[in-house]
Design a protein around this ligand. Structure first.
Ligand SMILES: Nc1ncnc2c1ncn2[C@@H]1O[C@H](COP(=O)(O)OP(=O)(O)OP(=O)(O)O)[C@@H](O)[C@H]1O
Ligand SMILES: [Mg+2]
Length: 224
C-alpha cells in the first residue's frame, strides 16, 4: 500500500538574480513498512527532497500526499502536528541534547510529540525502546560519554519512540565507521519492520543499499 507520495514536486532557489530549479517534478511513491533509499550525486537535491517530503520546508510546486491527506492544502499548524506526531527524523549527526540523559531524551520526545500516555505507560515505552536498541545499561549516561554508534542508536530511538508512521533519515551513517554503520542500518531496518514504519533514507554509501527494499536514484532534478 502506498502511504506517502510526492507528485510533480518542484523546488527553485534564488541566489541574487539567478533562480535555479533543483527539483524538476519529482514523483515518488513509498510503500508502507518499506525502506526506500534515495541516492544520487552530491548536489542532486536529495536532502532538499527529503526535507520537503518531511514538511520541513515548502515546495515551489506539486503535491505531497500522506495517509490519504494532501499536505499541500494544510495550514502550517496542521503540518506541524503531523510532523510532531506522525513523522520521525534522523540526521547525519545525532543532535542529542547534551544535558539530558539517554532516558530523558526519549521522555522529552514523548512530550514534544504530544503523545497522550500516563507516566507509567511512558516509563514502559522508554524501557522497551532502550531494550530494543540495546542501551538499557546506559540509560543514565549523558551524550558526552557515548560512542558515535551509541549516540546514533539513541537518535533513532528518539525518532521513533512516539511510533510515527514515517521515518525520514538523511545519511544516518555518514559519521560512523563501517561496522557501526552496519549496526545502525540493521537497527533501522529491524525497527521499521517491527513497528511497520515507512522509511525514506538518503545515503551515499553503496554498502548500505542492501538494507533497502527500494532504491531511488536522483539525477538532474528528476528521478531516474
Ligand atoms: N536554501 C538553499 N538556498 C539555495 N540553494 C540551496 C539551498 N538548499 C540547497 N540548495 C542547493 O540545491 C542543490 C541541492 O542541494 P541538496 O542539499 O539537496 O543536495 P544533496 O543531494 O543532498 O547533496 P549532498 O549529497 O552533498 O548532501 C545544491 O546545489 C545546493 O547548493
Ligand atoms: Mg544532502
Amino acid at each position: 500500500m502506498t502511504i506517502f507520495a510526492t507528485q510533480q514536486v518542484r523546488k527553485s532557489f534564488t541566489n541574487g538574480e539567478v533562480s535555479e530549479e533543483i527539483l524538476k517534478g519529482i514523483d515518488l511513491k513509498l510503500e508502507q513498512g518499506k525502506v526506500t533509499s534515495l541516492v544520487g550525486a552530491s548536489g542532486s537535491g536529495k536532502s532538499t527532497l527529503l526535507t520537503i517530503a518531511a514538511g520541513l520546508q515548502p515546495a515551489s510546486g506539486g503535491q505531497i500526499l500522506f495517509d490519504g491527506k494532501n499536505m499541500t492544502d494544510m495550514s502550517a499548524e496542521q503540518v506541524r502536528k503531523i510532523r510532531a506526531r506522525e513523522f520521525g527524523f534522523v540526521f547525519q549527526s545525532a543532535h542529542l541534547v547534551p544535558f539530558l540523559t539517554v532516558e530523558e531524551q526519549l521522555f522529552l520526545m514523548l512530550e514534544v510529540s504530544e503523545t497522550k500516555m500516563k507516566k507509567s505507560g511512558q516509563k514502559k515505552e522508554v524501557a522497551n525502546m532502550l531494550e530494543l536498541i540495546d542501551m538499557s545499561h546506559r540509560k543514565d549516561a549523558y551524550p558526552a560519554s557515548l560512542s558515535g554508534g551509541e549516540k546514533q542508536r539513541v537518535a533513532i530511538a528518539r525518532a521513533i519512540i512516539h511510533k510515527p508512521k514515517m521515518l525520514f533519515a538523511d545519511e544516518p551513517t555518514a559519521s560512523l565507521d563501517s561496522k557501526r554503520s552496519t549496526d545502525v542500518m540493521t537497527l533501522i531496518r529491524e525497527l521499521t519492520k517491527t513497528l511497520n514504519i515507512t522509511t525514506l533514507m538518503v545515503t551515499h554509501d553503496e554498502e548500505m543499499l542492501s538494507f533497502a527494499d527500494h532504491v531511488v536514484t536522483m539525477k538532474d532534478g528528476l528521478i531516474e
